[in-house]
Design a protein around this ligand. Structure first.
Ligand SMILES: [Zn+2]
Length: 303
């Protein structure tokens, strides 16, 4: 450790005792917390982006990442005000959005998700063995099409638009802040994970992105589950339309190849789709070939 680094570390450690957690980061590190509009923001740790609302009547958290980052997020939010945690919402069942649920147990009044989430979460955990199964904390409040609640002066609306990234995706709208959490319906400019085994549908994912872009105000700020590091995890309607265009191009590419008599192996031998080169994001481990495989299955299998 050089002297400068030592001084910085000492300053941070000294400051830790006296400064609220979230202010600590301002000294030397980038804060994992970002306020977007009004009292709604993001937390970036490990796993899918966490969204939060903090007002004088309660704290609402969207997605829980993993146990350690969930605890970091909880202490940062507790430092922002005196309100108690109201609820946790899971955008869908994947582990990088729900593995931190146990950190919220006993803190929140309820964990809310689409009605398909508990079963999908359980089935995924079962595939990972007993330890994974025992570690699950499931949503205890579920809904079918839409679910609305008020926390203080904010109205929060959850909507399920049918199968897309999984069979249990939720779009969460903070009405007053005019912010939407898209969960993994948005991998911003990155090849997405399409969980066909959990009920995903590329064609309805395309429809969902169009519906959302039409249905909500044009100036909504969107939070994305994941994003290309060059572009980030928040954006606007145009980012949704680009994802729609990518998914459309994916189906078209695959369909054309099938019509031309190409095998799946031949179709998979590309790294990017024309016009979507930046979707091969830096450090991103999901390859386009996995997307093509799902598109192929969706186009050739009965369901
Ligand atoms: Zn996911």
């Amino acid at each position: 450790m050089d002297r400068r680094e030592f001084l910085l570390k000492s300053a941070l450690m000294g400051a830790a005792a006296t400064l609220p957690f979230h202010k600590l980061f301002a000294l030397g590190q980038e804060s994992p917390f970002t306020t977007l509009r009004r009292n709604v923001g993001t937390f970036v740790g490990s796993g899918g982006t966490i969204g939060w609302l903090v007002n004088k009547d309660g704290i609402v958290v969207i997605d829980s990442q993993f146990p350690e980052s969930a605890r970091t997020c909880i202490s940062g939010l507790e430092d922002m005000g005196d309100a108690a945690f109201d609820m946790l919402i899971n955008t869908h069942h994947h582990g990088d959005h729900t593995a931190g649920n146990p950190a919220f147990e006993g803190k929140v009044k309820r964990i809310v998700a689409h009605e398909n989430v508990p079963d999908l979460q359980k089935a995924a955990a079962e595939r990972n063995g007993k330890e994974a199964l025992d570690a699950q904390v499931y949503p205890d409040t579920t809904y079918s099409k839409t679910w609305t609640t008020d926390v203080g002066d904010e109205t929060i609306r959850l909507t399920h638009y049918g199968p897309a990234h999984t069979g249990g995706d939720t779009v969460i709208y903070f009405e007053k802040a005019n912010v939407i959490h898209m969960g993994d319906l948005m991998f911003n400019r990155a090849h997405p994970f399409i969980d066909r085994g959990s009920g995903a549908s590329i064609s309805n994912w395309i429809t969902t992105l169009e519906t959302v872009a039409d249905e909500y105000p044009a100036d909504v700020i969107y939070i994305f589950g994941h994003g290309n590091t060059d572009y980030g995890i928040t954006g606007d309607k145009s980012d949704l339309m680009l994802k729609r265009d990518f998914l459309t191009a994916l189906l078209n590419y695959t369909e054309k190849g099938i019509s031309a008599g190409k095998s799946l192996e031949e179709l998979k031998a590309v790294e990017t789709l024309d016009g979507f080169e930046e979707f091969k994001a830096p450090g991103w481990r999901l390859p386009l070939s996995a997307n093509i495989e799902v598109a192929y299955a969706e186009l050739t299998e009965d369901n």
